[in-house]
Each structure stands twice: as C-alpha cells, then as structure tokens.
Design a protein around this ligand. Structure first.
Ligand SMILES: N[C@@H](CCC(=O)N[C@@H](CS)C(=O)NCC(=O)O)C(=O)O
Length: 375
C-alpha cells in the first residue's frame, strides 16, 4: 500500500515538473500569462527547495567563495545600464557593480568576480543549484520567491515599477493608460513578474491583449522594433534604458505615468545561509551609510573620526570580523566600488535615470533608500 502511494506521488511529481517546465522557456502567444509563478512553482517542487534550499556547501557560501578566491555572480548580461556583458566576459552596470561590491567585501578585490549571464527564467534554478553565489539581476522581491522557492532578498537597491512602451505614431502618449492597449500584441521576456502584472492589469482595465513571451528582453525589443509586437513591457528602468540607447528620434513613448506594479529590485541569495545573507545585506547597507555621510571612493579614510564611519571602516568597535570578513571589508567596498550614489549615478544617470523625486532618493530627501545604523 505504502509502496503504491509512493509510486503515485512520484508519478504526480513528474507530471507537475513536466507541466511547469515547458511554458516559460518556449515562445508562446497567449492571452493568459505564462507566468513567472510557473517557473517558481516548478523550481520549488523539483528541488525540494521550498523549505531548505540551504547553503552553497558545508560551511556556507562564504567559505565556498573564500576557498575559490572568486565570487560567481548571476546577472542578466543584457539589461541596459544594470548588467551588460563585455567582450572580455566581465559585466558593467549597476547590478554588476553590486557584484563587485560583494567581491570587495569578501575577497578584498572588486575584480574577483566571474559574471554568469542568466535569463529571467533560469535565474532561481541557477542559484538553488549552487551555480552562482548570489543573483543580482533586476530581480523583484515577491512573496512566492521569498517563501515558496527558497530565496532570500537583500535590501532593495532600486525601487522600480512596470510600464509599457509604444510608438507615438500609433497614437500612444505619456498619458496613455492600460485601457489603451486593448487589442494590442505585447512582448516581454518569460519567467518574470512582468507577465503576470500585464495580464492582471490589462484585465482590470478591461483591455484584451495578446501576450508574447520570449527568452530575453532584447528579443522582445527586436520584435517591437520589427513591428511584430505593438508594445513592449518590463520594469520602467529597462524601458528607459532601451529607449535611451535605441530611440534616437524620440519615436517611442513610455506609459502609464504611474507604473502598473511595484518592482523592488535587489540581490538574492539562498535561504538558510544567514552568515552569507548578512554579508550581502551589509555590503548594500555599507554603500548607503557611506552615501548618507558623504563618504565617497575619493575621500574615504580609515582615519575618519566619526564613530559610525570608523566602525564601518574597521576602527574600534568594528563588527566585520564577527561576520567572517576582514575588519576593513567595507572600506574596500567604498574605495574600490563607491557609495550608493556613486554606483547609481555612474551607471544610471547616463541613460536618464535619476534619484531625485523618486523612491530611490535618500530617506531624508523623501525617498526610500535607508540603512540601519552600523553599530
Ligand atoms: N523585475 C522583473 C523583470 C526582470 C527582467 O527580466 N527584466 C528585464 C528588463 S530590465 C531584463 O532583465 N532584461 C534583460 C534580459 O532579458 O536579459 C522580475 O524580477 O521578474
């Protein structure tokens, strides 16, 4: 009896995995979302991962990275201004710089990073399977990712929201709304929150859409440019980046003015590895605390007499050694990579993304970028 029950469960598990596995990687035309949830559920059910995705190896991810002497960081590789693969295999951008910041904290060398380009649909499996140490890939913090599929999230580094991009000559303007997308073919990449949001949002607005999902966002852009998709949709930052680099005649327009979703983006790591999680979290916080105190890569000093900065950079009362790092770990982060504002400005200002007046402004200037105290 028990044997039969186990066999039945095994068959059911196989069916579940097979159902979930295909929809996100194939190109599909659908009026319903081939959703991000499918990938996530599959990931959770195939790798028993829900509760205990656990550490990269015995001793945790920190020990693995230290022994290897190099951080393996999962990025997109084709997300404009966030992570763009270069000819030598390295990556540039806001997310790529946060990979470097972690390497500077852990290994004392911001260049000790191997970048692994991942599609949206494969990113969580790669993390669960220990192919990467940390995922920094325009990834939205959601409840199911945080719980069901065994991820943990670092503090949000970029507060984003989903928008749509269309052509002015098709009648779209900055004031267009989701109701205006009725009858359109929309393109985006699979394995994303984007798919679910647009499906739900369009339905709520009474618009009937055809959603076409492709593997990477650049492919969605190609279809938009070729005209086989009327509209493209993703995080607003992605649309701004693509428009800035490809739309020289201002023929495209991003709408609606108020994004259709919340997309808090930040680093992701395996759950149940607290030491590693603390390291990623406090690397992000260190960049924010330095920014709050106007400490930059150019003026950072270990002789800084302000108590919080002194502690953060390895002076008396430092906590970095308690975390398994060198006392000067965060001094290395700031001098080698920069504070939050430097990382943001250097990568995102060139494509027209600014902090002022957005959630990405400092908390004391009306934004949400905030760090707990270093003490
Ligand atoms: N934030 C969303 C969307 C992530 C996403 O895939 N964003 C696009 C637009 S920025 C991207 O990374 N494209 C680059 C690529 O497909 O490699 C999520 O976590 O699901």
């Amino acid at each position: 009896m028990i044997k039969r029950l186990m066999l039945l469960l095994a068959v059911l598990a196989l069916v579940a995995a097979a159902c979930g596995g295909t929809s996100d990687t194939e190109e599909t035309t659908t009026t319903a979302a081939t959703d991000d949830g499918t990938t996530e559920t599959t990931a959770g059910s195939t790798d028993d991962g829900g509760g205990d995705a656990g550490q990269g190896s015995e001793g945790g991810t920190l020990a693995t990275v230290q022994a290897r002497g190099k951080l393996i960081c999962g990025v997109s590789g084709s997300a404009v201004a966030f992570s763009e693969t270069q000819s030598d295999g390295s990556a540039t951008g806001f997310d790529a710089d946060y990979c470097r910041a972690v390497a500077a904290a852990v290994l004392g060398d911001a260049n000790a990073v191997e970048f692994r380009a991942l599609t949206a649909a494969e990113r969580f499996e790669a993390l669960k399977n220990n192919e990467i140490d940390v995922l920094i890939r325009n990834t939205t913090w959601t409840q199911s990712r945080d719980t069901d599929i065994g991820m943990d999230f670092a503090p949000t580094t970029f507060y984003d929201g989903q928008q749509v991009m269309g052509r002015r000559d098709k009648g779209f303007t900055e004031d267009s709304t989701l109701a205006d997308v009725d009858g359109a073919i929309l393109c985006t990449n699979a394995g994303t929150t984007t798919e679910k949001n647009i499906t739900e949002g369009a339905a709520l607005s009474g618009a009937t859409i055809t959603l076409e999902t492709v593997e990477t966002f650049p492919e969605a852009m190609e279809k938009f440019i070729a005209g086989t998709c009327d509209l493209t949709t993703t995080d607003g930052s992605g649309l701004v980046g693509n428009k800035a680099t490809q739309d020289t005649n201002d023929e495209w327009v991003i709408f609606p003015r108020a994004p259709i979703s919340k997309e808090p983006l930040g680093p992701v790591y395996r759950q149940n590895d607290s030491q590693w999680g603390d390291i990623i979290n406090w690397t992000v916080y260190a960049t924010i605390i330095a920014d709050e105190n106007d400490v930059t890569s150019a003026n950072a000093s270990q002789d800084d007499e302000r108590p919080e900065i002194s502690r953060l950079f390895g002076g008396e009362g430092e906590l970095q050694t308690k975390m398994g790092l060198e006392a000067d770990a965060f001094f290395q982060v700031i001098t080698q990579v920069g504070n939050y504002d430097e990382i943001f400005s250097r990568n995102l200002n060139p494509v027209g993304l600014f902090r002022e007046g957005t959630f990405n402004a400092p908390f004391n200037e009306g934004g949400m970028i905030f760090a707990p105290p270093a003490r």
